[in-house]
Design a protein around this ligand. Structure first.
Ligand code: TXA
Ligand code: MG
Length: 319
């Protein structure tokens, strides 16, 4: 236990806000049992009050105390994937106040694996409400520097934990209804989940979640997904005013070009830092080369669809 982590736990107990690293992205933490602390969290994030937050715990035993009527499938998934990048939505117990559930009868719970997150949660002892530590609707932070750039002096402490290992937010599975529903794809893939639970595609679930929000992970510069074969034509049309995120080598007509790995997990790890860089390039338009169709790219495709203009996506991704 480092003195920093001890101080962080004290800040949480006093109703303060602590940003901390997880294996997915950095979270902005507040005592999940304090309405005042969570209210401050929402204010700093500029997040609407009816939008629920994920509550983080050191162990699944503690996490499940915030739920009730926990189905066997939830227990199996927890046993297999916790600690790790998976969030389970379950029916809430009386421990989960309306101020963390957005007034819904369910609560999102997660046991992260990052050693600093684990140390903090153990030292604190209770549930820590933690959305990604960015302003609402913006790209999630994957380094302490990103958190400071977004939230600056409005956070009491930022725990340093290097670059996030996975780089995109946790997989979310809703187990509060009759069937397990995949709400947000992530590092735990649908195929992984299906070995332990029968998973339905997100239909018209009435709950609020990030997957249902348009342009949720958006850079400020308009971004557009472009099929590989069309990239060249788009660049000729737009010229030097574009910033490009692509798999191929830089095109000499473009001043700002980031080349991405062809491996989905490595791509995910770099994605948000890349979007921030592209956004900072001062260009008029961001062009993103569309990723492959395969199942291992599902989470990356989901985040890119939200970062890019929905209208363009129909043309490029068939979605
Ligand atoms: O990887 C992650 O999950 C990160 C790290 C910090 O743990 N956290 C994160 O939190 O991404 P946030 O708040 O940015 O996204 C959580 C999503 C939200 O879109 C929220 O609507 C959904 O989870 N969620 C939380 N509780 C829910 C509930 N009871 N029902 C439906 N969706 C819920
Ligand atoms: Mg978020």
């Amino acid at each position: 236990m480092t003195p920093e982590v001890r101080r962080a736990a004290e800040i949480l107990r006093a109703g303060g806000l602590v940003a901390f690293p997880t294996e997915t992205v950095y979270g902005l933490g507040a005592d999940a049992s304090s309405a005042a602390a969570v209210a401050r969290l929402y204010a700093v994030k500029r997040r609407p009050a009816d939008h629920p937050v994920i509550v983080h715990f050191a162990s699944s035993r503690e996490a499940f105390r915030w739920g009730t009527e926990i189905p066997q499938e939830a227990k199996r998934l927890a046993e297999k994937f916790w600690p790790g990048p998976l969030t389970l939505i379950v029916r809430k117990s009386e421990k989960a106040g309306d101020f963390v559930t957005g007034g819904q009868p369910s609560v999102g719970i997660r046991v992260p694996s990052h050693p600093i997150a684990q140390a903090l949660l153990k030292e604190f002892g209770g549930g820590v409400a933690a959305p990604s530590a960015n302003r609402f609707g913006r790209v999630s932070p994957t380094s302490a520097a990103h958190v400071r750039a977004d939230l600056g002096g409005e956070v009491d402490l930022v725990l340093e934990g290097g670059e996030s290992e996975l780089g995109i937010e946790s997989t979310i599975v809703d187990l509060s209804g009759d069937h397990a529903v995949l709400l947000r794809p992530g590092a735990v893939s649908r195929q992984d989940l299906e070995k332990f639970a029968s998973i339905r595609e997100k239909g018209k679930t009435p709950v609020r979640h990030s997957g249902g929000m348009e342009r949720h992970y958006a850079p400020r510069t308009p971004a557009r997904l472009v099929k590989s074969f069309d990239l060249d034509r788009q660049i000729s049309m737009l010229g030097a005013r574009v910033a490009v995120l692509a798999f191929s080598r830089p095109d000499e007509r473009v001043d700002f070009w980031l080349r991405m790995p062809r491996d989905a997990a490595r791509y995910a790890q770099k994605l948000y830092a890349a979007l921030r860089e592209l956004d900072g390039a001062g260009c008029e338009q961001i062009l993103v080369e569309a990723p492959p169709e395969g199942a291992d790219w599902a989470a990356v495709r989901d985040r890119l669809q939200k970062a890019c203009d929905a209208g363009d996506m129909r043309g490029n991704m068939g979605a």
